[in-house]
Ligand binder design. Structure first.
Ligand SMILES: Nc1ncnc2c1ncn2[C@@H]1O[C@H](COP(=O)(O)OP(=O)(O)OP(=O)(O)O)[C@@H](O)[C@H]1O
Ligand SMILES: [Mg+2]
Length: 596
């Protein structure tokens, strides 16, 4: 039957209220449907991204339309066609109960009728029976259907949130984490906050760690990490590295021996039992003394110069106020490892399961080493505690620490994250990766992720990379990625019942992660530019001022100064928002953003 427009119903198609057409061909996980004429108009129009059901014997195959097109027959008549990716099946059990299962066991046959999927079936597909499932938003296709994510599956094999800048990744992460800690109170989350933007998003459920209160003693850094700190990420001088490798274990031995130090001094080094990597305390002063002692005995001028340069380097970073988090109390010693673990992984606080580490508050040169130490600590702690406390490490801008380009970034940090990606599951360490550039992320790490939230993205290389990491059906759906709306994502993988186009829940103004340097406060009122400049300079200087030297600090631990109450963030002309002057203690002395 042909129409005046030259359209023809699919061969054998029955034009009824519900039948959309019939199966014409099946190949692999793909079916070609001849659409019946007239095509329905309204919400049930067969358009790309919609779900259809192919009715078989006792089961309905569930598929998603990945393409609609027109085929010109030999008779010069065109036929409306649809390509459908087969994703799963709804089975009716003997008791009359319907169940959805991923994957296809019984394939479609030619002539099987095809219908649009109804709300009831969508509900059945996307319903979750897991007690540890969370709702992160709703299906874009039907806002009445919640988008569930099963946190057990999402965490077990890691997850990634990817998308171009400003599409809502951080907000999605805030929504996901907020719900996850509700259903998994035992989980401890360490969020590496590159732009200092998550502070407000979790309210009092998170403890915020910044340069002012982080205590990560230098002796927790392994040999490579310590070199990275001492040489600011630049290549180290081999002669100096040799000296360090030899003397750090001796300094550790001295510390361990306590007052009976002479005994260690006389013992050959190999008997000290320590390596430069052992996470065991030592006095920096001892290390410096050992270097000086060696230097005094040397006759070779070149070698003596190497010792001198090394001791100068160590002195320099030790006295740099920005490195206080590593070196404060460096010479007082004390095994603070338990305290460090408790702080960074929020181990002691029941009501604060989340720690936010404001990386932008640390010196740029040292961020890679800090991330490396933390990733290593997370894994090693889980390993040695037999995974007793599950830990989720969330890395914003993950491509910075685990770059695909071996020549860029800090290799040990990439290695530490890779190790979690590969083996973390066995010990209860999970990764959450957030990146604008998945193609720049180490491929091993991305290939270990089993749940993806792919937000709007236009870069071809990024899309191609993701396509190769997911199933064929999901890869077809990734075709939508450039046209996704704000807050929208294609959810793919084990955490979701089925690949889905979802819209993340809208966060309230206070929950949206936003850079503290661009934070908005209620009731902003204009302030003069001169005030903005004055405060910017003050923050700038404070970032390089020793906290212990501030007159208002007493002896002991560095205190965080209360934020000076300031009226507003808005320029007098109301044009732009500027540095945070709002009364939100403590004052953040961080650089506003990090170099990418
Ligand atoms: N779920 C959401 N609820 C409310 N607002 C949102 C949501 N998602 C995004 N937005 C809006 O979009 C803006 C940008 O979102 P967000 O900072 O999460 O993007 P991003 O992808 O993390 O950006 P960047 O790449 O710069 O880090 C937010 O400031 C907010 O105004
Ligand atoms: Mg962000």
């Amino acid at each position: 039957m042909s129409s005046e427009h030259g359209w023809m119903e699919g061969r054998g198609a029955v034009a009824s209220d519900t039948c959309l057409g019939r199966v014409l061909a099946v190949e692999g996980s793909e079916a070609r449907i001849g659409l019946a004429f007239p095509l329905p108009n309204g919400p049930d129009r067969p358009t790309v991204g919609k779900f259809v059901a192919i009715k078989g014997h006792g089961t309905s195959l569930v598929g998603m339309i990945s393409e609609v097109y027109q085929r010109i027959e030999e008779s010069h008549v065109s036929r409306a066609m649809a390509r459908v990716d087969l994703l799963g099946e709804i089975e009716r059990t003997a008791g009359g109960v319907s169940r959805f299962r991923r994957g296809v066991r019984e394939y479609a046959a030619i002539g099987d009728p095809v219908e649009m999927i109804g709300r009831e079936e969508l509900n059945l597909i996307y319903a979750s029976s897991s007690a540890r499932a969370i709702t992160v938003g709703h299906l874009s296709q039907d806002p009445s259907i919640p988008a569930y994510v099963d946190t057990d599956h999402m965490l077990a094999k890691h997850f990634a949130v990817v998308g171009s800048t400003g599409v809502g990744k951080s907000s999605a992460v805030a929504a996901i984490l907020s719900k996850t800690i509700e259903v998994r109170p035992e989980l401890r989350v360490l969020l590496l906050d590159v732009h200092n933007e998550y502070r407000a998003a979790f309210g009092d459920r998170a403890s915020v760690i910044g340069a002012e209160n982080l205590r990560l003693p230098f002796w927790l850094f392994n040999f490579e990490e310590m070199q990275n700190v001492i040489y600011g990420g630049k290549p180290a001088a081999p002669e100096e590295v040799e000296i360090l490798a030899e003397l750090i274990p001796i300094a550790k031995g001295k510390y361990q021996a306590g007052p009976d130090r002479l005994a260690v001094d006389r013992r050959p080094m190999r008997h000290a039992g320590f390596t430069a990597d052992t996470p065991s305390p030592y006095h920096l002063q001892d290390l410096l003394a050992l270097i000086h002692e060696r230097m005094g005995k040397l006759e070779n001028r070149t070698s003596s110069m190497s010792h001198h340069r090394l001791s100068m380097r160590i002195e320099m970073i030790k006295n740099d106020p920005r490195y206080e988090f590593m070196f404060k109390h460096a010479n007082l010693g004390g095994d603070t490892m338990a305290a460090v673990l408790s702080q960074v992984f929020s181990l002691e606080s029941e009501d604060k399961p989340l720690s936010i580490l404001k990386l932008a508050s640390l010196p740029d040169e040292v961020v890679d080493a800090v991330v490396c130490v933390l990733a290593r600590l997370a894994f090693d702690f889980a390993l040695w505690s037999d995974g007793a406390i599950p830990i989720l490490l969330v890395c914003e801008e993950a491509h910075r620490y685990a770059s695909a380009d071996k020549a860029s970034g800090f290799a040990p940090a990439r290695r530490a994250l890779k190790r979690i990606a590969r083996e973390g599951r066995k010990y209860g360490v999970h990764l959450g990766l957030v990146t604008q550039r998945p193609a720049e992320l180490d491929p091993t790490i991305i290939s270990q992720c089993s749940t993806f939230f792919v937000m709007r993205m236009t870069n071809d290389a990024d899309q191609a990379l993701l396509r190769s990491a997911v199933s064929e059906a999901a890869a077809n759906l990734l075709g939508f990625v450039p046209s996704l709306g704000a807050q929208e994502a294609i959810g793919i993988g084990e955490g979701l019942p089925l690949v889905a186009r979802i819209t993340f829940s809208t966060l309230s103004r206070g929950e949206i992660p936003q850079s503290e340097s661009g934070a908005r406060g209620e009731g902003d009122r204009p302030i003069p530019r001169s005030e903005v400049v004055r405060t910017a300079i003050e923050r700038w200087r404070r970032a390089t001022t020793s906290q212990s030297l501030r007159p208002e600090d007493g002896p002991g631990e560095a205190k965080v100064e209360p934020h000076p109450t300031a009226p507003s963030l808005r320029l007098a002309n109301g044009a732009a928002e500027v540095a945070p002057l709002a009364a939100r203690p403590p004052l953040d002395v961080a650089r506003p953003t990090l170099r990418r």
